[in-house]
Write a protein that binds this ligand. Structure first.
Ligand SMILES: *[C@@H]1O[C@H](CO)[C@@H](O)[C@H](O)[C@H]1NC(C)=O
Ligand SMILES: *[C@@H]1O[C@H](CO)[C@@H](O)[C@H](O)[C@H]1NC(C)=O
Length: 305
């Protein structure tokens, strides 16, 4: 009898294993979540100044199934300011990756943060932290908002003059006028995208003397201006005011792209490679760049004909 049970047990185990291998991953159809593999993990997660949240999961696990739609919803809300990734630990080729990050339970949600970029070479590595709050959309998004690095300086009334003076500046500048002293995660993420090519700053217009100083220094501002207002400052064009939607990252990026070349984010070369990975159009950054090169060559040839 015991042996019979053993055989049945073994059979069930085998069926489970075989079925488990065939389970499709959760997020390959998602627009914001990259299904990561050993070929993409480091390029996507480590090759950036952006914060990345990664869910390590197994498609057969009940808690993962319950979390799936919540993770998707969170990615819709927060993918403007953090990258979203997932690793299907059920896939044979991912087993080593999941072992490397000591994944013992599913789902495990890890938040990876880049070391602060100072412009100098550094040995610092990304840090990782396990997300331990409720597996719900709101709490996850809140925690992620707090994990975005910021490279935008705060400008006060005293420093306004010199910030607006770009005559000897290496980069163009952009100033966000706000109603509060803190900065939104969206604008922080823009400061990462344009790191090293455009100097971003923010100023609270409710601080004492701020309105007066702004009016004096920026005649382009309307009489009764309201925050938020985004300005771009360049030698070539003086001060320009952004007229578009303040909540749309793509629109703001397009405006800023005129003043500096983004190294990351939706309009950057890296951003395009990442999008190709998310959409399943490329299996690695390397492959994506190879494809681009070949396409460029092909169109050159066509021109020659
Ligand atoms: C951070 O941004 C700077 C400037 O674009 C870049 O040189 C550096 O490689 C980035 N760091 C990482 C980890 O990608
Ligand atoms: C500064 O902005 C102007 C547009 O006003 C642009 O033509 C120029 O290339 C930018 N300079 C740098 C260093 O990016």
């Amino acid at each position: 009898m015991r042996t019979f049970e053993h055989i049945v047990g073994l059979f069930i185990l085998l069926v489970n294993l075989v079925c488990a291998q065939d389970l499709p991953d959760f997020y390959s159809k998602s627009k914001h979540i990259a299904e990561l593999t050993p070929r993409t993990f480091d390029d996507v997660v480590m090759g950036t100044n952006h914060t990345t949240v990664v869910e390590f999961y197994a498609p057969w696990c009940k808690y993962c199934q319950l979390f799936r739609n919540k993770y998707k919803k969170a990615s819709k809300i927060a993918s403007d300011f953090v990258q979203f990734g997932a690793v299907d630990c059920n896939k044979e080729y991912n087993k080593q990756l999941c072992a490397k990050y000591k994944i013992r339970a599913f789902p495990s949600v890890l938040i990876f943060r880049a070391p602060k970029f100072t412009g100098k070479p550094s040995q610092d590595r990304h840090s990782s932290e396990e997300y331990k709050d409720a597996r719900e959309v709101g709490p996850l998004v809140e925690v992620l908002k707090g994990r975005v690095k910021n490279y935008a300086k705060r400008v006060n009334t005293r420093k306004l003059d010199s910030f607006l003076d770009v005559s000897t500046a290496k980069h163009n500048r952009s100033l966000l006028l706000t109603q509060k002293s803190t900065l939104s995660p969206l604008f922080k993420s823009l400061s990462i995208d344009f790191l090293g090519s455009l100097d971003l700053a923010h100023m609270d217009i409710n601080r004492e003397g701020a309105r007066e100083a702004l009016k004096k220094n920026i005649p382009e501002l309307p009489e009764d201006f309201q925050a938020p207002i985004l300005l771009a400052i360049s030698k070539e064009e003086g001060i320009k005011i952004y007229e578009g939607d303040m909540r749309k990252k793509m629109e703001i990026s397009k405006f800023l792209e005129h003043y500096g070349q983004p190294q990351d984010g939706p309009l950057s070369v890296r951003g395009k490679a990442l999008r190709a990975i998310i959409r399943g159009k490329a299996k690695s950054f390397k492959q994506y760049f190879k494809m681009k090169k070949m396409a460029a060559k092909a169109s050159l040839k066509k021109d020659e004909l």
